[in-house]
Design a protein around this ligand. Structure first.
Ligand code: NAP
Length: 280
């Protein structure tokens, strides 16, 4: 008889992670005998742990801060998204080979498709604010749908570096001063910075140049409605919050480890929303 499949999230710190709640919900809902736990691993302990994941009794797991780049280096092979984004957040075993993937791009786009169908207009133009890991995943996903991206970031060198990575499809706009200019032709505006998150300063953007049809997406999910989304909603734009991205990206790993495709249900969303509110 096969042993019960076990997966976990590896990070440092990791206790705040909602992943066990999400995967636990799906395991119960689908009646799968499996487990999903937490592994708090220091940067010193992580490489040895990941390299011998099967020996620890795991079939795979999620990788979170600060181990995503280390995991990228350590896996035996990467999927296209991980390769393009430069970070691994999901690992699984294929025989004895440790595979690495990145589900953030999948989560980003699945959430957008779900919440704002038809957003991916032919010859469309997206504006992304930020140039870190989330921006990289968003840029990868949006470019794959054929839209052009203008990038706005505080640090010019990071803006240029990310744009160069997706040369031809992502253009460095030239920092926050260029925002009013690029917003006028935007069909999608995405915040990929922590600005607007609980405990951080708000993100102030004058949305008046935006077309009425433009969609506004914030990857931040605490609070669910950031000041950016509230301002966009008040102007009548379609808005997309970051919680759906978190939920949608989790399904990628679940299917790899437990062999079934889970659904992001209103019940799951309500469960995580309630936990976010309770722990604020
Ligand atoms: P990251 O790699 O550290 O990048 C942070 C980005 O935000 C950088 O571009 C940074 O600009 C910019 N930034 C930070 N503080 C700023 C400030 N005070 N003013 C202007 N720009 C600032 O972080 P990340 O992993 O991309 O995560 C970004 C946000 O996305 C976080 O809030 C995270 O929780 C969220 N996220 C959500 C999901 C989801 O599933 N919903 C997934 C991933 C991430 P510089 O280059 O100038 O430093």
């Amino acid at each position: 008889m096969n042993p019960i499949p076990r997966a976990c999230v590896m990070g440092y710190p990791v206790k705040h992670s909602r992943s066990p709640m999400i995967h636990g919900y799906w395991l119960r809902q689908l009646g799968i005998a499996g487990t999903y736990g937490l592994e708090e691993l220091t940067p010193e302990a992580f490489p040895e742990f990941l390299t011998h994941l099967a020996r620890q009794g795991y079939v795979g797991g999620n990788i979170t801060v600060p181990h995503k780049q280390t995991a990228y280096q350590l896996v035996d092979a990467r999927d296209d998204a991980a390769q393009a984004i430069g970070a691994v957040n999901t690992v699984w075993l294929e025989g004895t080979r440790l595979m690495g993937g990145n589900s953030d791009a999948h989560g980003f786009i699945a959430n957008l498709d779900d919440r704002a169908p038809g957003w991916d207009l032919t010859n469309g133009h997206a504006v992304i604010i930020g140039a870190g890991g989330a921006a990289r995943a968003a840029a990868y996903a949006i470019v794959q749908r054929g839209l052009k991206v203008s990038l706005i970031n505080r640090t010019a060198s990071h803006e240029e570096e990310l744009a160069q990575h997706f040369a031809g499809s992502v253009v460095p706009a030239g920092g926050f001063d260029a925002l009013p200019q690029v917003l006028g032709s935007a069909d999608l505006l995405v915040n990929c910075t922590p600005l607007g998150m609980h405990g951080k300063p708000p993100l102030h953007v004058d949305l008046s140049p935006l077309k009425a049809t433009a969609v506004v997406y914030d990857v931040v999910y605490v609070p669910l409605e950031t000041n950016l989304l509230a301002a966009a909603r008040a102007r009548g734009h379609r808005t997309v919050d970051g919680l759906g991205m978190l939920l949608q990206q989790a399904g990628f790993g679940f299917e790899k480890w437990f062999g079934a495709r889970p659904k992001v249900t209103p019940e799951l969303r309500a469960l995580i929303e309630a936990d976010l509110v309770a722990k604020r």
